[in-house]
Design a protein around this ligand. Structure first.
Ligand code: MN
Length: 273
């Protein structure tokens, strides 16, 4: 190779390397990563199934979304493009960095609230999957100081109570917003309000749930919503006896070992295996 060509080759390679790094070390498209990695393929297939399950189980409606951290790159995550969850397909899945920036040159319209996912996944290395939705039974708990707490073993992960994110405390320049988590700053603020908990209420908006896996976060979303309905009904009848902190801890350890059981049932209902 002549000297000049070698130099040009080196320059081109460096530019390529720079683009590769600038893209969060993920220059391969979602489909290419699925082809190359069985872990990514399994995660994306399960993510699409989870979208359908969450709709079937009333945890999301035409709005709401679920993400999964990239199993081969902890600094990126997968999330469908802006589409109703029950309609999401593999080809709809996009990849984002921890600022909520779309990777791989993907210019399709993304969910405006992808920063809920980037904020929580960035703040919580122990969490790999996040759900956001607006389930009606949850809403009153974000509007009052009702404190969503576990009334039964299925939602024991709610522990000693649920924090409420008040967007007015963080919005700039005006506290009056459209209520959307529409930028990385608000995503980080929501993640800080959630802290080490696995569920956060968003006043006048909805909820975000977190889990180590897709199956766990789907389980938690479904049963947190059921908990809200039961808690509301029980509180009309009298003083509510919640699980004690210790009961919640023990119940969570037992019940969350069994999450594959409802997952299989929920999968079948939406045409999964
Ligand atoms: Mn929302």
């Amino acid at each position: 190779m002549p000297l000049i060509a070698k130099k040009e080759y080196l320059q081109i390679s460096l530019v390529g390397l720079w683009i590769f790094i600038a893209n969060g070390v993920s220059a391969a498209s979602v489909q290419e990563q699925m082809d190359q990695s069985p872990e990514v393929k399994a995660a994306i297939i399960e993510l699409v199934l989870a979208n359908h399950i969450l709709y079937d189980q009333n945890a999301v409606d035409g709005y709401g979304h679920i993400s999964i951290r990239n199993p081969i790159n902890p600094n990126t995550f997968f999330l469908a493009r802006s589409v109703a969850p029950s309609l999401a397909q593999i080809s709809d899945v996009m990849e984002f960095d921890m600022d909520g920036k779309a990777l791989n040159g993907d210019t399709r319209v993304a969910y405006g609230e992808r920063f809920i996912h980037s904020g929580i996944l960035r703040n919580r290395p122990d969490i790999n999957s996040v759900v956001h939705g607006h389930a009606a039974s949850i809403l009153p708990y974000g509007l009052t100081q009702g404190n969503l707490k576990p009334v039964y073993h299925m939602s024991a992960f709610l522990g000693e109570g649920t924090p409420i994110f008040e967007i007015r405390e963080f919005a700039q320049p005006s506290p009056d917003t459209d209520m959307f988590i529409s930028n990385p700053t608000l995503g980080q603020a929501l993640a800080k309000t959630m802290g080490q908990k696995n569920f956060v209420l968003m006043r006048g908006h909805g909820y975000a749930a977190a889990g180590e896996s897709i199956r766990q976060v789907v389980f938690r979303s479904v049963y947190a919503i059921q908990n809200a309905t039961i808690q509301t009904e029980a509180s009309k009848m009298g003083k509510v006896q919640y699980l004690t902190a210790e009961e919640a801890k023990k119940s969570q350890a037992t019940i969350e070992k069994t999450i594959n059981r409802p997952w299989e049932l929920w999968s079948l209902r939406v045409g999964g295996k």
